[in-house]
Design a protein around this ligand. Structure first.
Ligand code: FAD
Ligand code: DHB
Length: 389
């Protein structure tokens, strides 16, 4: 078998890359380890930057998002009962879009099906061969059969635990990592959102985030210890904890109900560089992870796709390799800025186990400064809505 670009991973970055390449007349093969139902059962990110929204438009998958997504002109950062509004529209001229990653993925699968592209699910034992030569090939097992695909390029869009990154020899890459001593416990519930805008809460009881998917579907998170288990958290315990972290005017009026999903995600900052080895390119979570506090994970995966799809089109259509030669450096410039923002938001809003009393005062002072300084709010807004590609 032969194709132009083998894309490993059918998550948002792999599907978007496939969509953009196929629209440009480039043939792809997407190999996904999980079933489609499994991919679509993951509840993950919820906030799309303006640049991500624009990319989805260019990929021809924005119709439902324009109808069902909720543009947000601002959000709140709070410190106990102090509520600081960050006016994205007023400070930067741009809103963000609240539209779940799951919905983005549904729309991408629908568009790929309509175009008749090939996405193989439930593949096993994917191996990338000769990526540092001019003739790479990928092998995988599907329905018990071992298959070989020759290709021009391989895109590793297979997330943090995929095979693409480890294919690059250790001596050819560098890793940078910070693991945080807490995770986020997330709950989805069929209840109206606690507030019409997102609330990122610092409090004497720890961090919480009040988010949403639509007017009757809420998404909430609280900070938990790394060793905590979902089974330890009854709905009642979760709501008590959440309400103890949110400003009382929000906590006292919010509606709670049964959870329909509950999961714990660890928090880490991680960068692998470079993003290229020969004809293999890494994209999204396969090469970087941010803590979710700045809502950057999915958005950063999309900006990688932005750079890479242009580069691959230039290489395959115009025999111009400048884009692929510059991909890693170009993407990393933006990645490190999003790393910094996500780390800063995480540090500003979470309690660190064993911290001294000074640390809590620094968080309070940072939030008090934000309340007072439009310059500080503008800096935050500019990063939150997304730096230019
Ligand atoms: P992924 O979404 O991880 O997709 C990779 C795909 O590759 C998967 O479908 C996987 O099954 C497949 N795959 C893996 N290995 C192989 C293999 N060997 N062969 C074939 N296929 C393979 N971001 C936020 O902004 N806010 C959040 O609240 C948030 N919550 C998150 C919760 C969790 C548990 C996780 C893991 C991430 C979360 N993120 C969040 C981050 C965000 O979801 C990711 O940044 C985004 O999914 C990245 O997309 P991706 O396509 O690069 O990777
Ligand atoms: C959501 C997740 C985030 O990490 C974030 O910063 C904002 C919203 C969410 O799932 O809605």
């Amino acid at each position: 078998m032969k194709t132009q670009v083998v894309i490993i991973g059918g998550g948002p970055s792999g599907l978007l890359l496939s969509q953009l390449l196929n629209r440009a007349g480039i043939e792809t093969l997407v190999l996904e380890r999980a079933s489609r139902d499994r991919v679509l059962s993951r509840i993950r990110a919820g906030v799309l930057e303006a640049g991500t929204v624009q990319m989805l438009r260019e990929a021809g998958v924005a119709e439902r998002m324009e109808r069902e997504g909720i543009p947000h002109a601002g959000c709140y950062l709070t410190d106990d009962d102090l509520m600081v509004r960050i006016n994205f529209e007023g400070l930067t001229g741009s809103p963000v879009m609240v539209y779940g990653q799951t919905e983005v993925t549904v729309d991408l699968y629908a568009a790929q099906d309509a175009m008749g592209t090939t996405i193989v699910h439930d593949v096993e034992d994917v191996v990338i061969n000769d990526a540092d030569s001019t003739a790479p090939f990928v092998e995988y097992t599907s329905a018990g059969k071992r298959i070989r695909v020759d290709c021009d390029y391989v895109a590793g869009c297979d997330g943090f635990h995929g095979v693409s990154r480890p294919t690059i020899p250790a001596e050819k890459r560098r890793e940078f990592e910070r693991v945080y001593p807490f995770g986020w416990l997330g709950v989805l519930s069929r209840t109206p959102p606690a507030h019409h805008e997102l609330i990122y809460a610092n409090s004497s009881n720890g961090f919480a985030l009040a988010s949403m998917r639509n007017e009757n579907l809420s998404r909430y998170y609280v900070q938990v210890s790394l060793t905590d288990k979902v089974e330890n958290w009854s709905d009642e315990r979760f709501w008590d904890k959440l309400q103890s972290c949110l400003p009382s005017e929000v906590a006292n009026t919010m509606i709670t109900g049964p959870s329909i999903e509950k999961s714990i995600a660890p928090l880490r900052s991680y960068v692998n560089e470079p993003l290229r080895w020969g004809r293999l390119f890494l994209v999204g979570d396969a090469t970087h992870i941010v803590p979710p506090t700045g809502a950057k994970g999915l958005n950063l995966a999309v900006s990688d796709v932005f750079y890479l799809h242009q580069a691959l089109i230039d290489a395959l259509k115009n025999h111009d390799e400048t884009g692929i030669d510059g991909y890693s450096e170009r993407a990393l410039k933006r990645i490190w800025k999003a790393m910094r923002f996500s780390w800063q938001m995480t540090s500003m809003l979470h309690q660190f186990e064993g911290e001294d009393s000074f640390a809590a005062q620094m968080r309070k002072a940072t939030l008090a400064h934000l309340a007072q300084s439009e310059t500080a709010r503008r800096e935050l807004a500019e990063n939150y809505i997304g730096l230019p590609f």
